[in-house]
Design a protein around this ligand. Structure first.
Ligand SMILES: [Zn+2]
Length: 209
């Protein structure tokens, strides 16, 4: 669709949206110390890179787009592609870190700990601020490329699998997505993600919008 601006705001390599409740997301998570060189991705340029959008700037973009009949749909990645958030708040990862904002492209193995209740509280607080900024009925949560390595060896993740009667880490991913989907549904928003959110079972019922 040409009238939807899909705005990817968080990833392993940087957190690009101001969240007032968690200032370290941008103080730490928006900065990385190097970037792969385009002509040779194995090499790093050694140049620090940083930047993020303030909430005021985001409001301006959303309003500018709305005047032109363009809806802005934010993407806040979870449970994978969360390296920048973990660098800022290492207690949200399975190992507790330390983590760094990823300098290389590709997929990081460090993801949000799906067995830690504080992770869900954190993400719901982040999303609450995101929902205030974006009237979009759809909220994109990524959901792709989430390696299960850390969850396999994490006592909290394994305890959650047991407690919820899940069959392994793929169902833990499904549990994670369902929990966030239900939070969004309560706010009358609909979760969308890449096709991998279907791993480990179906999606919760969500309102159409
Ligand atoms: Zn864990």
């Amino acid at each position: 669709m040409l009238n939807v601006f899909h705005w990817h705001l968080t990833d392993d390599q940087g957190w690009r949206i101001e969240i007032k409740k968690y200032p370290k997301l941008t103080e730490i998570g928006s900065k990385r110390s190097a970037t792969p060189i385009p002509s040779n991705r194995k090499r790093l340029d050694g140049t620090p890179y940083e930047g993020f959008y303030t909430q005021e700037e985001i409001k301006d973009v959303v309003a500018y787009a709305a005047e032109r009949f363009i809806r802005v749909m934010p993407e806040i990645e979870m449970p994978g592609h969360s390296g920048a958030a973990l660098a800022a708040y290492p207690e949200l990862g399975c190992t507790g870190g330390p983590y760094e904002v990823r300098q290389r492209w590709g997929i990081g193995k460090d993801v949000y700990c799906a067995g830690n209740g504080n992770v869900y509280v954190f993400l719901e607080n982040v999303l609450a601020e995101v929902l205030d900024l974006f009237p979009s009925g759809f909220i994109h949560i990524g959901g792709d490329e989430c390696p299960k390595d850390r969850w396999k060896t994490c006592s909290k993740c394994q305890a959650m699998i047991k407690q919820e009667g899940l069959h392994g880490e793929h169902e833990l991913q499904s549990y994670f997505i369902k929990t966030i989907g239900e939070f969004l549904a309560k706010k009358n928003r609909r979760l969308i993600g890449w096709d991998e959110i279907l791993e480990g079972g179906g999606l919760p019922q969500m309102p159409r919008s």
